[in-house]
Design a protein around this ligand. Structure first.
Ligand code: B3K
Ligand code: ZN
Length: 866
């Protein structure tokens, strides 16, 4: 009984994919009646329930923090002996096969700080139900395979809540006594409860319409606070473009008469695809040149598209259980990536997406929280909205699309949508549809859903001058991950080409399938040794190790006709120099400078691509290449290479910076590309140490007519110690302190800064009067950004760890979901020296010792200690 006095709560229960059972009761129809008010809302739910199969189990309606004030079955009030609560759920034994069950509960939305269920944000009432928030609104079988038709009636004070929105189409509305009014919305499409939504409040509408491919007119509305209306145009255009794109590329048309989007300020993540009523974090709706960067504009476009695309990949075909989450998320990310590529540049979008994958997913896949794209177990499903489910999941779809080619892939998706429309499906259903619709055997490919960990591929090219042939030997290794010590070889599609370095000629672009531990491929007709270009377009989400020399890489950086491979060669060229230096070897860096000069000087290249190609690998990415991460050495090496590139090419940077200055703002690809390159040039120019660097940055900051250039200049200044640094930060604060989304940038820029005092500054900013734990965007802009700043977060004092742990502990009491998202950076202790590892573990232990810790943080922190 040693642990009798232990204060640690029992470990949360583990949910297993293998335990899946079909629901005992179905709910074909539900009527919800809301009497809405910020302080006290009443919810009456009337469920038609139907026994599913031959069993005598009672009806179990999930609930979280709910107290039933009344329960009726078929109109008869039950007394308290006829129901009971079990772990929050309402249990009722029912005699027949079909009944009508009515419950009444009361909620206090304005004290709902978890932002799950019905909550208040800036005077609005709104909902968030995915994954398990509906059980905080009413008693219901809260699982995605119970699909119901919803009728929702809302009543509220008309002056405070003039707008009443819910899923589906509006059917009726009217006035009530006492200055109140009501509205009813019906959604004819059966849906799981995680897609339920309502919004009530004083909102203005950007109204537009879209005519679908079958000629139906859909009313579109983007609902925001009146003052934000001018910032909604980009989102509306993105929505219309998305609707047209899904018709053109997937043959999928929108199905209701209205499509509404609402922006709210307090939101746990990006946005939510509720049927016909998407609810968004305002940062993914609001954009104007004064406050939004080009990255923000692209974020709005991508997230609007993502949520819209869910109408088919997620809503019409939903998930059977939460282990299948990547079925909707991976596929929908793949769809939004391709949409954004079509709207802008395929090359640049692919590079950006791979950068994001490597920064988030590769790190996750190599740490204690690694899990398969289709996990086997979880404690808290909110912790599984991960880069693996989303971004690696998208890569799996991309590999299948590549192996099939466009026509057969489309045949596969047509079959998938048609076969499973109106159903709750599985990842296996998707793969089967690809196999049958596309005519391919994906038996081995399925391992991508099962095995966690990023495969390593070693590619060795050897030339035989006598036979005039080359042999490419490929070996794969999938590293062990938690619970999966041994791995089987995966099916890895590698787009490959060989280049003649003398002529620059290109031999083929073949799709090689590596599906054994080791395989060799021979290519004839090579009098001299060619240069290998492999994993072109990043055809597989793997780490490739090659025996290519710096000369080979320099050649590819100048000549490869695959833009991703060209970018990759540049990255590898720089990584080799930096990793060599960090390891104390002097690796020549002139090739890097020459390659950058060559790329910047090439007038045929898209400036946005150039800006990507000349970007130094991030400190975190360099850390990933090392056995043990040395944050200080990485920072020093990267800083010195940056200075060298800045100084050696100083006049080039001056020319580029001056030559990319625009005359008036435009959102065209050319203008965006020019801004991106201009900011890169400014960055190198300041890094060069040129006397006038800070002054040039300050001028850009002051003169810019857009946030892209203003924030980049601020970020560049924030890294240094110039007088202009303080001035620019003050000006920025005074100009934007009333605008929460833009003030987030002020916090974020300082938390991201490569400045020796960042850790102290973050501590101060945590006490700033504008800092609050109640807004997730603000928390992420300070602590989320800081934890991503490797050099500062891993300050040898351990102060960075303590700051983040303090934030997690404080935030967990109000918003466990957002708190749990800050845990993973502390879990990477195995990758650091003993002193840092001990400090990180100490903070994880301190978090776990906190009484009353949420399931969310408990799961992440305890797994991180293993
Ligand atoms: N499906 C939502 C994510 C919900 C997250 C819940 N913890 C947004 C999206 O991926 O589209
Ligand atoms: Zn999604």
């Amino acid at each position: 009984m040693a642990d009798m006095h232990s204060t640690t709560a029992a470990a949360p229960a583990v949910i297993r994919r293998a335990d899946y059972q079909a629901p005992d009761w179905l709910v074909p129809d539900i009527a919800l009646d809301f009497d809405l008010d910020l302080a006290l809302t009443r919810v009456r739910a009337t469920l038609s329930v139907a026994r599913n199969g031959d069993h005598d189990r009672p009806l179990r309606l999930d609930g979280d923090g709910l107290v039933p004030l009344a329960v009726r079955v078929d109109g008869r009030p039950l007394d308290e002996a006829e129901w009971h609560l079990e772990a929050g759920a309402l249990i009722i034994a029912l005699p027949g096969g079909e009944h009508e069950v009515e419950t009444l509960v009361e909620l206090a939305p304005e004290s709902n700080s978890k932002l799950m269920g019905l909550y208040a944000s800036g005077g609005l009432l709104c909902t968030q139900c995915e994954a398990e928030g509906f059980r905080r609104i009413t008693f219901f079988p809260d699982r995605p395979d119970v699909l119901s038709r919803y009728s929702v009636t809302m009543a509220a004070d008309k002056a405070r809540f003039p707008i009443l929105l819910a899923n589906g189409d509006p059917v009726e509305q009217g006035d009530l006594d006492g200055g109140r009014h009501w509205a009813r919305w019906n959604d004819p499409f059966p849906k799981p409860c995680y897609l339920f939504a309502l919004v009530a409040g004083d909102l203005a509408c950007n109204a537009d319409s879209f005519v679908t491919m079958s000629g139906r007119t859909v009313q579109l509305g983007i609902w925001v606070k009146q003052a934000d209306l001018p910032r909604t145009a980009h989102a509306m255009q993105a929505l219309k473009n998305s609707m047209a794109w899904d018709e053109r590329v997937y043959g999928r048309e929108y199905d209701l008469d209205v499509f509404n989007i609402v922006a709210v300020a307090d939101f746990n993540f990006g946005a939510m695809e509720n049927k016909g009523l998407n609810i968004f974090n305002s940062r993914y709706i609001l954009a104007d040149p004064e406050t939004a960067t080009d990255i923000d504009y692209d974020g709005v476009e991508g997230v609007v598209a993502h949520e819209y695309f869910h109408n088919w990949s997620g809503n019409r075909v939903t998930c059977r259980d939460w282990f299948q989450l990547s079925l909707k998320e991976g596929f929908t990310v793949f769809r939004d990536q391709n949409f954004s590529a079509d709207m802008g540049s395929h090359a640049v979008k692919r590079i950006e997406d791979v950068r994001i994958l490597r920064a988030g997913q590769f790190q996750e896949d190599s740490g204690p929280l690694a899990h398969p794209v289709r996990p086997e177990t979880y404690m808290e499903i909110s912790n599984f909205y991960t880069a693996t489910i989303y971004n690696k999941g998208a890569e799996l779809i991309r590999m299948m699309a590549l192996m099939l080619g466009p026509e057969r892939f489309r045949a596969g998706t047509d079959l998938y949508f048609d076969r499973h429309d109106g159903q709750a499906a599985t990842c296996e259903d998707f793969v089967l549809a690809m196999e049958e619709g596309g005519g391919i055997d994906l038996t081995q490919f399925r391992l991508w859903y099962e095995q966690a960990g990023t495969p390593h591929v070693r590619a060795l090219l050897s030339h035989d001058p006598v036979a005039q042939s080359v042999e490419l030997t490929l070996e794969q290794m999938v590293p062990p991950t938690p619970g999966q010590p041994d791995k089987q070889p995966m099916a890895i599609p590698l787009r490959t080409a060989l280049f003649d370095p003398a002529t620059g000629a290109h031999h083929g672009d073949e799709l090689l399938m590596l599906d054994e531990a080791r395989q060799s491929f021979t290519f004839a007709g090579f009098a001299s040794a060619p240069v290998l270009s492999i994993n072109r377009g990043f055809s597989a989400p793997v780490i490739v190790e090659t025996n290519r020399s710096q000369d080979d890489l320099a050649f590819l950086s100048a000549h490869d006709d695959d833009p991703f491979a060209r970018y990759e060669a540049m990255q590898q060229l720089m990584v080799n120099v930096l990793i060599g230096r960090i390891g104390g070897r002097l690796v020549e860096d002139d090739a890097v400078v020459a390659a950058i000069r060559h790329i910047v000087a090439d007038p045929t290249l898209d400036p946005a691509f150039v800006a990507e190609a000349i970007r130094l690998p991030s400190e975190a990415y360099l850390g990933d290449q090392m056995q043990q991460v040395d944050p200080d050495a990485i920072h020093a090496a990267r800083d010195s290479l940056q200075r060298k590139i800045g100084a050696d090419l100083e006049s080039l940077w001056r020319d580029v910076h001056a030559g990319t200055k625009a005359n008036g703002f435009s959102l065209s690809s050319a203008a965006k590309g020019a801004r991106k390159l201009r900011n890169a040039a400014l960055h190198f120019l300041v890094a060069s140490g040129a006397q006038d660097g800070p002054a040039i940055a300050f001028d850009q900051f002051s003169e810019a007519d857009n946030m892209t250039e203003r924030q980049a200049a601020l970020g560049t200044l924030a890294n240094g110690a110039s007088a202009q640094r303080v001035a620019a930060l003050d000006i920025f604060y005074n100009r934007y302190s009333a605008d929460a989304l833009t003030l987030d940038k002020w916090f974020q820029t300082q938390a991201f800064a490569f400045h020796p005092d960042t850790v102290d500054l973050v501590e101060e900013l945590g006490r700033h009067k504008d800092f609050t734990l109640s807004n997730p965007n603000r928390v992420r802009s300070l602590y989320g950004a800081f934890a991503g700043n490797q050099w500062a977060f891993h300050h040898r004092s351990g102060k960075g760890y303590r700051l983040v742990a303090d934030c997690i502990i404080a935030l967990d009491k109000r918003n466990p979901q957002t708190a749990a998202r800050l845990v993973p950076p502390l879990g990477r202790w195995k990758r650091f020296d003993d002193a840092r590892a001990a400090l990180m573990r100490g903070e994880l232990q301190r978090i776990l010792a906190e009484p009353g810790l949420s399931k969310d943080v408990t799961e992440q922190a305890s797994k991180s200690l293993d």
